[in-house]
Design a protein around this ligand. Sequence first.
Ligand code: FEO
Ligand code: CA
Ligand code: CA
Ligand code: CA
Length: 611
Amino acid sequence: AAHGGEAARGLRFAPVAPNTRDAVVVPEGYVQDVLIRWGDPVLAGAPVFDPDRQTARAQALQFGYNCDYMAVLDLSHGGGHGTYGGHGRHGGQLLVVNHEYTTEVMMFRGYDADNPTREQVEIAWAAHGLTVLAAEEQRGGRLTALPRHPLNRRITATTPFELTGPAAGGELLRTTADPEGRTVLGTLNNCGGGITPWGTVLSGEENFNQYFANADAVTDPATKERLARYGLEGGASERKWEAYDDRFDLSKEPNEVNRFGWVVEIDPYDPESTPRKRTALGRFKHEAAEPRLTRDGRAVLYMGDDERFDYLYKFVSKERMRRGHGSRVREHNAKLLDEGTLYVAKFSGDSPAGEIDGTGKLPEDGEFDGRGEWIRLAGGDRSYVDGMTAEEVYVYTRIAADKAGATKMDRPEDVEPSPRSGKVYVALTNNTDRGKDGKAPADEANPRNGNKHGQVLELAEHRDDPAGTRFAWRLFLVCGDPEDPSTYFAGFPKERVSPISCPDNLAFDPYGNLWLATDGNALESNDGLFGVAVRGRREGEVKQFLTVPKGAEVCGPVVTEERVLVAVQHPGEVDGASADKPASQWPDGPGKAVRPSVVTVRAEDGGPIGA
Ligand code: FEO
Ligand code: CA
Ligand code: CA
Ligand code: CA
């Protein structure tokens, strides 16, 4: 893997060129392996995957559909449960993988979208949620899955969750099946996530609105407005789950939808633990939740709401994290995300508004940059928003942020604090509606109207205090084809960067480089994974490390010294494609089902990535 000349450490590889191949394409000198595919066994008793005879029972024991965010933890660091180690020769790993959504037409031959069968609906429930999966490193470096490991777990759309925090038990969260408002069945549309410093995994419930039917039957104007703000307006839902469970029918169970759209917290080291939905973190289309600690040990989470013109949030816990593995320490840390203060971001540019013309032309000071503030929305039982109770702020957080005057962003996707500098990177994936039909026009943080390619914002908290309420910011990347004059790569010479469009998931490597996965590349190439230095002489030199098959997006990148892991989500999902008429032969070749899968990449010579 001796390519790429003088690039920053960790990024010394020959960049992969844009392409539309039906393959995962990696740099010369690197090898790839599929770690696990949709339908592969996770739990004991899982039958061999047979897409033509799939059952809900089988699916609940197998890897779910459309893998998204991945957390990779040490198998032997069991936060007090450290008895499960010793499987891997080099120490095993524990993966936690989100399964964001199902694409029934790709999963079932002859699928009738108007009349799904009960079995198909129940398969979809079992294919949602998360997988906890142990893995071990083989001699030579290949990572392989350990099906039936005692820590393996499937969490699905029917697994009981506990609602916790200030809105739990409130009237807005009570239903016929759960008059206490504290127990929800399942998690849906788990997109991004994060690993907490106390050893749990967070996962964001994103586009939950698509599962709920008959919002148009709701007559109360206040409820109607709230539903509309969360994208619920239609009659039948896309998957028709309401035909088999009343809780997905808003005309029968108006509050069930309020029990989705949260950040969930899972203890992957305790397969018996009840996962939790944390109401103190607010309810919106949660993309991810990436933690940092304050100097005195309080937990700070940065969170994006992935919708055009929605917001960036943060949460600061009241209590400090405790270190150690004892049960009292774990009980204490398990409550950290239940009490604290929820904020939303307001960005101000430092250049005259007249210099931001919506084309992406740099203002005279040479940078899209400025200052910002975190506006308090609620803390504990106290609301800081006029006309809303604290409970309403947590459940209808978007409406609270509207009232607070937050800045409307170009789809905040993943948010990632640099473990080195503390600076926070925000992927703003795109917003083709920017400036259209009376919608919010370009501003310095979102400087292009009709924004097709997105941008990456860098946020520096005042005095590097993540609990503070003021920050400075600049756009680090304005994405697109480097030949497009509206692009910007932190000032790096454009002729030496890879084209990049629609940044989505973010990760840092051990050298402090930022890695960006794309979703929806609008440059006529498949989506890819890119690395870029965020400081030093090579700052802004974007280099493409891999591309995924047609129709797929790159998710959950994890970049360690030994390997790169990516979740290849929705391969072959293009207009008109189906299980009967597949648009991809990945990963198993012609005549085989297209299967979302996790792929690992390592250097052929066994050396570190990007060395
Ligand atoms: Fe599920 Fe916003 O990506
Ligand atoms: Ca400026
Ligand atoms: Ca995403
Ligand atoms: Ca996405």
